[in-house]
Design a protein around this ligand. Structure first.
Ligand code: XMP
Length: 513
């Protein structure tokens, strides 16, 4: 990665840290997140053109509050402190901070003293997003006020000669109307970065390095048909062709016509070595009578590993296993370990490489999801895969409460297909993080014609989210809900009621199980 200009983000636990990295990358400048206490030697060797200190939930005078070492300033690299990052800088240079009687949360109007440096080209008055408890009462020496709001006299400050800037508000969130421009100024005018992080060069470099790393040896890849594993498979296929073997396990818990689609795209279109295993019966047998969500997840995870391992053993000279690990999975920080990590056991191929003595290849591990989608498009993956919403490893099993039977899977597949089709027709599919149907384990009474019915309930789940860690229920138009409900009840035998899930995460989760 050394050929790119880089911005380093030190993370103090803000929920927005990832967003800062994504914003920087949107300007074609490479950006990585390290924990706030990352060793100084490593920061030096990383050689960033600029450093951003994120916000965080701490209070600077608290016992064990995270801080930075003075040495960071000695590196003479431009620094931008955001929110808690601002307080760290103020504290480091002997300014003063006190606890506000009331937390300031929401919009404020930023008024600039001078529209230059980091604020060049920015309107004198603009809307910013505040979210902080503490505030500054005394500026450090050499710092000057660059902007203020009605409640915050030191909303933007800087030591211009040292190229150190600090903002009390969050430029990375969309609510700060000029936020992108402020970050852009920091990256290009203050840090002098070049916009040289290009997806196309990433693709070329990755293909080259996969070739070098695997050196004519065989690679295995568990292909699920989701965005990440599909992009990994195709990238590696481009690099080493038939030395890659993909294994696709049809566990019977996939969406309608999914196995056919995967086979068509990867075997027919791309002529890949694809082993497709029909394990429907096996999974159903193991899941018979199981209603506990965690047990379902464990059974499916174990069964998958068993099948994958058995198939993989047949590929004798396999030395590598490719995985679609993304950047958010590897960032070393407490703030990204979302509650789902501990609340639900996730199903993936983790543990397989050690067990099978395979070396790992993770070509996407420096990327965010939206970047993976762009790569997918560039290497010719069909749009229907690139734009896919996330789908959980245990598949429809965690969208069927109660027992899983062939009939109940079928009901859910048909209802889900209608729901997703209508969402796509309404041009909302890409705007939603996820939208899917859930089959409930209660039956309710209805009336069809003159007949009493006692049938299943389908719940519609549709959420918006940045990363799946928190989510809002989507405010789908009533007309669309009406169409979906009408079609499901009319077209899917065995369903006589449709309900809409209006819970956000937290406290609910996105998947029902
Ligand atoms: P929850 O339900 O915990 O889901 O709010 C958060 C996100 O994770 C996805 N999810 C999974 N993804 N394996 C996966 O690869 C899993 O076992 C799994 N469980 C949930 C879920 O679809 C949502 O996007």
């Amino acid at each position: 990665m050394n050929q790119f200009d880089k911005i380093l983000i030190l993370d103090f636990g803000s929920q927005y840290t990832q967003l800062i990295a994504r914003r920087v990358r949107e300007f074609k400048v490479y950006s990585e997140i390290f924990p706030f206490n990352h060793p100084m030697e490593k920061i030096k060797n990383y050689n960033p053109k600029g450093i951003i200190l994120s916000g965080g939930p701490s209070s600077i005078y608290e016992k064990n509050a995270p801080i930075i070492s003075e040495e960071l300033v000695f590196l003479k690299i431009p620094i931008l402190g955001i929110c808690y990052g601002m307080q760290i800088l103020v504290n480091l240079f002997n300014g003063k901070i006190i606890k506000a009687p009331k937390r300031e949360y929401g919009f404020a109007e930023l008024i600039l003293k001078k529209e230059r440096e980091i604020f060049e080209g920015i309107s004198r008055k603009s809307r910013v997003w505040m979210s902080h408890g503490d505030y500054i009462t005394k500026l450090p020496a050499n710092f000057s006020v660059l902007g203020y709001t009605a409640n915050t006299p030191y909303a933007a400050i800087g030591d211009i000669s040292k190229k150190i800037f600090a903002l009390q508000f969050h430029p990375e969130v969309i609510h700060t109307t000029e936020g992108k421009k402020i970050l852009k100024n920091f990256i290009f005018k203050i840090c002098n970065c070049k916009a040289n992080w290009k997806i196309s060069s990433f693709i070329e470099d990755t293909i080259k390095s996969i070739r070098e790393k695997t050196h004519n040896k065989k690679v295995l890849c568990a292909l699920s048909g989701g965005v990440d594993s599909s992009v990994v498979a195709l990238l590696i296929h481009k690099a080493i062709g038939k030395n890659l073997t993909c294994i696709f396990v049809d566990n019977g818990l996939l969406r309608l016509n999914e196995p056919e689609k995967v086979n068509r795209i990867f075997r027919k279109n791309f002529d890949m070595n694809l082993i497709s295993i029909d394990a429907k019966k096996q999974f159903l047998k193991q899941l018979k009578g199981i209603t506990d969500p965690e047990r379902k997840r464990k059974i499916i995870g174990n069964e998958f590993i068993k099948i994958f391992e058995a198939e993989a053993k047949k590929i004798r000279e396999a030395e590598f296993l490719a995985q679609g690990t993304l950047y958010p999975d590897v960032i070393e920080s407490v703030s990204f370990k979302g509650p789902s990590a501990t609340i639900k056991s996730h199903h993936n191929v983790g543990g397989l490489p050690e067990k099978m003595n395979l070396k790992l290849i993770e070509p996407l591990k420096e990327l965010f999801k939206d970047e993976v989608r762009i790569i997918g498009r560039k290497i010719g993956l069909p749009e229907e895969i690139c734009m896919r919403q996330p789908f959980p490893g245990p598949g429809l099993a965690v969208r069927i409460t109660g027992e899983i039977t062939e009939e109940r899977i079928r009901i859910l597949q048909l209802a889900d297909d209608i729901l997703v089709g209508e969402i796509k027709k309404a041009d909302l599919y890409k705007k939603l993080w996820q939208s899917f149907a859930v089959l409930l384990s209660v039956k309710t009474v209805g009336v069809m014609g003159d007949e009493r019915s006692y049938e299943n309930v389908i719940a519609i789940r549709a959420v918006t989210s940045q990363d799946g860690m928190t989510a809002d229920w989507a405010k789908l138009p009533y007309r669309l809900l009406n169409t979906i409900s009408g079609r499901i009840i009319n077209e899917v035998k065995g369903v006589n009621r449709v309900v809409y899930d209006i819970s956000s995460k937290p406290p609910s989760t996105i998947e029902w199980e």
